[in-house]
Write a protein that binds this ligand. Structure first.
Ligand code: URA
Length: 209
């Protein structure tokens, strides 16, 4: 079973309160999503392996540590996932960015991939799939399946707000994918919105409605 990490750092919780507020406009919403994403990136990368190297300071030679292991790629699920990319890139400037776009077939209600462009070395990278809202888990599950089909072996899912239903769905389908989330809210409503949530993350990021 995968692990679920709820990131309850006070700065994250403080900023979440403002993106939940319906009076927060698109500009401030975008800035806050970026800031929260940066804080999440810090937490999500806590266990990245290090290796020792030798360098020379102006004073003397010394051993010090740098990131070792696999390189990272950020994979936003279009479109709301785009809002989290810059925050991650601020802390992981060498990461590559892949994109995955899904829509729900109106008849079958199954997620259909309409766009997928990933780094060619996806099997060798640690992939961080980002999507602000983990609601039913349908998009996350489909996106993770599509990238696994392309050879991905190391995947984490990072969301701002989720609910028990979405977390359970991802854990059931992808027990190898750990989930990092800033808040686990109460439930889904009948329209598949998270309660209390923040409304439609894509609309709030891009000022559409
Ligand atoms: N997607 C959103 O943007 N908001 C929700 O509450 C659920 C899914």
């Amino acid at each position: 079973m995968s692990k679920v990490f709820e990131m309850d750092h006070p700065l994250i919780q403080h900023k979440l309160s403002f993106i939940r507020d319906k009076e927060t406009g698109a500009k401030e919403f975008r800035e806050l999503v970026k800031e929260i994403s940066m804080l999440l990136a810090y937490e999500v990368t806590r266990d990245l392996p290090l290796e020792e190297i030798e360098i020379e300071t102006p004073i003397c030679k010394t051993k010090t540590k740098v990131l070792a292991g696999r390189k990272v790629a950020i994979i936003p699920i279009l479109r709301a996932g785009l809002g989290m990319v810059d925050g991650f890139l601020n802390l992981l400037p060498a990461a590559k960015v892949g994109h995955i776009g899904l829509y729900r077939d109106p008849e079958t209600l199954e997620p259909v991939e309409y766009y997928c462009k990933l780094p060619s070395d996806v099997p060798e990278r640690d992939l961080i799939v980002v999507d602000p809202m983990l609601a039913t888990g349908g998009s996350a599950n489909a996106a993770i399946k599509f990238i696994k089909d392309r050879g991905a072996t190391s995947i984490r899912l990072v969301c701002l707000i989720g609910c028990p239903e979405g977390i359970a769905a991802v854990q059931k389908t992808h027990p190898d994918v750990d989930i990092y989330i800033a808040s686990i809210d109460e439930k889904l409503n009948d329209h598949a919105y998270i309660v209390p949530g923040l409304g439609d993350a894509g609309d709030r990021l891009f000022g559409t409605k």
